[in-house]
Design a protein around this ligand. Structure first.
Ligand SMILES: [Mg+2]
Length: 174
């Protein structure tokens, strides 16, 4: 189970204030795109995604979007937000992450990964050796490639909740 235990749990990335990351010593925020920031159908960032990223950048954070989806899905979206991105990231594997860390000179202890899936996002954070925030999906609908992962995600998530292993981020903030 510890392979899937996130550092924190949040209902969504949108409920977390920018000051939280400073409080826990994070400078680099790696965010999953589909069902974490927006629906996979949103080719452009939503108003709230624009506001969130704008706010994080203003507060001095280094924001990077990391997705298993293809370049054509993320490129325009990330460019509109003026953030760096990694496509076809092959989460849960660490290989492309490690390259990303080298490329931008990121320190693992100053980096957190935020995503809506245990099997890809949280598992990747464990393999890379960084902290994570697991979120709930923001829209009901998933891309078909995610349906398979959800079959595994749901029972593990339930079990983690039952064992009180989904630690709310507010516990380290308020
Ligand atoms: Mg996702």
């Amino acid at each position: 189970m510890s392979r899937y235990t996130p550092t924190y749990h949040a209902q969504s990335v949108y409920e977390i204030p920018a000051a939280f990351y400073k409080k826990i010593g994070v400078k680099n925020i790696i965010i999953d795109l589909d069902n974490t920031l927006d629906s996979y159908r949103s080719l452009s960032p939503s108003e709230r995604a624009i506001n969130l990223i704008e706010n994080l950048k203003k507060a001095g954070y280094n924001v990077i979007i990391v997705t298993n989806n293809k370049k054509r899905r993320v490129e325009g979206y990330a460019n509109e937000l003026e953030v760096n991105f990694l496509y076809s990231a092959r989460k849960p594997f660490a290989f492309k992450f490690n390259k990303l860390f080298e490329k931008y000179g990121l320190k693992k202890e100053e980096t957190i990964l935020i995503g809506d899936q245990l099997i890809t996002d949280v598992r990747a954070s464990k393999r890379v050796g960084i902290r994570s925030i697991l979120t709930e999906k923001i829209v009901k609908e998933d891309q078909w490639t995610t349906h398979f992962n959800r079959l595994f995600d749901r029972p593990i998530r339930k079990k983690l909740a039952k064992q009180h292993k989904l630690r709310n981020w507010r516990e380290d903030y308020e």
